[in-house]
Design a protein around this ligand. Structure first.
Ligand code: SAH
Length: 253
């Protein structure tokens, strides 16, 4: 028997970025689609205040890391979205930050596209933008940085390595996601590729949340700073970090 998928296909998936932590950083569009959802499939870094926007009739499905640190496999999440959409549900797939920045949003949408399921993307404020804004570290600045790079600190799929010589440009701000455990490796690579030991760097822990902490030092100190910091955290490397002392507005609020 052949199933005509398009005739069954009345569901809809909104891929929504919840922003980095402070629930007020959710977009108005994100707010509206969450309120109207039949099903919300959400990750670990989404705040309780944002989840509470969903209707009390909505089915809430957690697919983040469990207490035993095991993740729901990506294929299972993709299939869940497909199944719920094929049942005609309005599904919100809710992720921390922005779904297209180290969020596997693209992979999930590719599966939906294969099934002819309609979808939309609601962008979110990515951790690099949110956390540096709240830490008073402008990602670019005419006197300091003409470019910014968002880099994963995770070992790459298929062993693909980061282009460290492209990263180690002194006029570029570098933001490492998921880099806390790899901080020694990151510092080593940047130093070997020519960045100065004195290059300012910061680790921003729990960016935009009330518990936000900023650890400041130089590149050579990065592994020691990382020992004090907790996840979720971003590593920022570049001379813009020196502006933090002057522009640090959030802790004084
Ligand atoms: N899609 C997300 C990133 C997911 S990867 C986004 O756009 O922000 C998860 C990594 O993001 C964490 O390991 C950490 O490096 C970073 N991160 C997420 N939330 C953060 C926060 N509130 N403060 C600092 N780093 C954060």
């Amino acid at each position: 028997m052949t199933i005509n998928l398009t005739s069954l296909n009345h569901g809809f998936v909104s891929l929504v970025g919840a922003g980095p932590g402070d629930p007020d950083l959710l977009t108005v569009k994100g707010y509206r689609v969450i309120e109207q959802a039949d099903v919300v499939v959400y990750d670990r870094l989404v705040s309780a205040e944002i989840l509470a926007l969903a209707s009390n009739k909505a089915e809430m499905i957690y697919v983040g890391k469990k207490l035993d640190f095991h993740c729901v496999p990506q294929e299972q999440i993709n299939q869940l979205l497909v199944d719920k959409a094929l049942q005609g549900k309005r599904v919100v797939r809710l992720k921390g930050g922005d779904s297209f920045i180290f969020g596997r949003g693209g992979e999930e949408l590719e599966t939906l596209a294969e099934y002819n399921i309609r979808f939309e993307v609601v962008p979110g404020i990515t951790a690099a933008a949110g956390a540096t804004a709240y830490a008073g570290i402008p990602l670019t600045h005419r006197d300091h940085a003409q470019a910014v790079q968002f880099i994963t600190g995770h070992v790459q799929k298929d062993g693909k390595e980061i282009d460290w010589s492209a990263a180690a440009q002194s006029n570029s701000t570098l933001v490492f996601y998921m880099g806390l455990k790899q901080s020694g490796y990151i510092a080593d690579k940047l130093l070997t590729h020519g960045l100065s030991q004195e290059m300012p760097c910061a680790i921003i822990e729990n960016g935009t949340r009330r518990e936000q902490k900023v650890y400041r030092g130089n590149l050579v100190d990065l592994p020691n700073l990382a020992k004090r910091a907790q996840s979720p955290a971003l590593i920022v490397v570049g001379s813009v970090v020196s502006l933090h002392e002057k522009l640090d507005w959030f802790k004084s609020c």
